[in-house]
Design a protein around this ligand. Sequence first.
Ligand SMILES: [Zn+2]
Length: 243
Amino acid sequence: MINRLSTLYELQLIDDELDTLQELRGDLPLEVNDLNFQIQSIKESIEEKEKEKNEALKTIKSNENEIERLNTGLKKFKSQLYQVRNNKEYDALTKEIDHSEEKIAAFQLENEELENKVQSLKSEIEEVSPQLEELLEEVKVKEEELKTIIKANEREETKLRAKRETVAEKVRKADYNTYTRIRKALGGRAVVTINRGACTGCHNVVPPQRQIEVRGNKRLFTCESCGRLLVSPNIAAEVKTTV
Ligand SMILES: [Zn+2]
């Protein structure tokens, strides 16, 4: 039983140290994430606008080809006007001419609208580009900062992680699950001890009877106030000297 309690406490001490290392990183990981998210969405919006712009340019080009083709036909029809032999032929030709001119006008109008669209897309892209540059610069600085912090403690962290793995293997599966659950719910500390009659997790008084039971090291007890696992001061002191 003592072993069961002390390995749990040992795991907690290692996690405390790992938590301290994480805290050194401060808000940097979150900030980097947030910046990358912003950068991603700006990039996506630029990509979308570029795509829209290129599609508009493609349509403009094909409309221009159509206009050219219609103009060639128009020239032909107009020259044929001089060779008509009757009204019926004349009417048919003028109809073709009108029709072609209408189509040309429609394509020209569409192209004007598309040119406007291309221009406004271009300026929208140009507008966000400096913002993107700024964010990229900012994230670069923060990532460097974070890297420096991580690198400074890399060796210690690797050592702690290896140690944690060894200790975690010795913890019973059920205890490990309880430990993880409490740690998640209460943020960090899952195994605590008693100091001057109070739980070191929540600082509430542990009833004398419970204190005696905890000191007996016969069972896994939890603090009635915060729900954290309690180990006796003896075990805590002993583990501290070995860690
Ligand atoms: Zn407590």
